[in-house]
Design a protein around this ligand. Structure first.
Ligand code: ZN
Length: 224
């Protein structure tokens, strides 16, 4: 197996409200993506065999094991879940003009490149501190304060870079969705693993509706 594949198949950890950690294998296109609108736990894929009638369903984990949460969320057939996700994508396709306008606006405002933070000041200060540190060490003076300040600034630098990376990631996701909407001229006919992995962040199951949250930030609700 290639490293890339291993990364994709890595086990994810979902931390419940009650603090319990749970590991799930990440090999189904919808794993880690389906959540309960009632108790906010994750939905898990289950093979059901009801008196010889086999089906694959998704069910809230609070109804499968003790999560400390009482949940009455309905179970959903995998076929229905897939169909409804396709429906949500098609809502985006058929209303592409208004959705493209929203994406464009988000790129121009909250995700503007102008909002990216520079680390130039931190870098400059770090350089000064390194020099000071060497001087103090050479003259056998105490330098604990300087070391602490260097650690603090390094953390700050890392946080700044992470924030910029997150913003860039969101811009990339918006670009992907924009490309998809611009090139998709008709409804998609069936559930497409690759497309769903690329576009969809999560789907939340309520009793009467499914809320599909796209990686671009768009949210579309379809009736169940
Ligand atoms: Zn639930």
């Amino acid at each position: 197996m290639q490293v890339q594949e291993q990364l994709v198949k890595r086990r994810c950890v979902h931390i419940s409200k009650n603090g319990k950690k749970r590991n799930y294998s990440n090999n189904h296109p919808l794993s880690q993506m389906v959540f309960c609108g009632n108790c906010h736990e994750i939905f898990r894929r289950v093979h059901w065999n009801n008196r010889g009638k086999k089906s694959i369903v998704w069910r809230c984990v609070s109804r499968l094991e003790n999560t400390g949460l009482f949940c009455t969320a309905s179970t959903i057939l995998e076929d229905t879940l897939k169909e409804k996700i396709v429906e949500a994508i098609n809502v985006a396709v058929s209303g592409k003009n208004s959705f493209l306008a929203i994406l464009k606006k988000n790129i121009e405002t909250v995700l503007s490149v102008d909002l990216d933070e520079t680390t130039a000041d931190i870098d400059k200060r770090l350089e000064e501190l390194q020099t000071e540190l060497i001087q103090k060490a050479n003259s056998k003076e105490a330098y604990d304060n300087i070391v602490n300040e260097i650690y603090r600034l390094r953390d700050l630098r890392q946080e700044t870079l992470s924030r910029n990376a997150l913003r860039q990631d969101k811009r990339d996701r918006i670009a992907e969705m924009t490309d998809f909407l611009n090139t998709q001229t008709s409804d998609i006919a069936e559930f497409d693993d690759k497309l769903v992995r690329k576009l969809v962040e999560k789907a939340t199951v309520y009793d009467d509706r499914l809320v599909v949250e796209f990686k671009s930030g768009l949210e579309i609700e379809v009736k169940l």
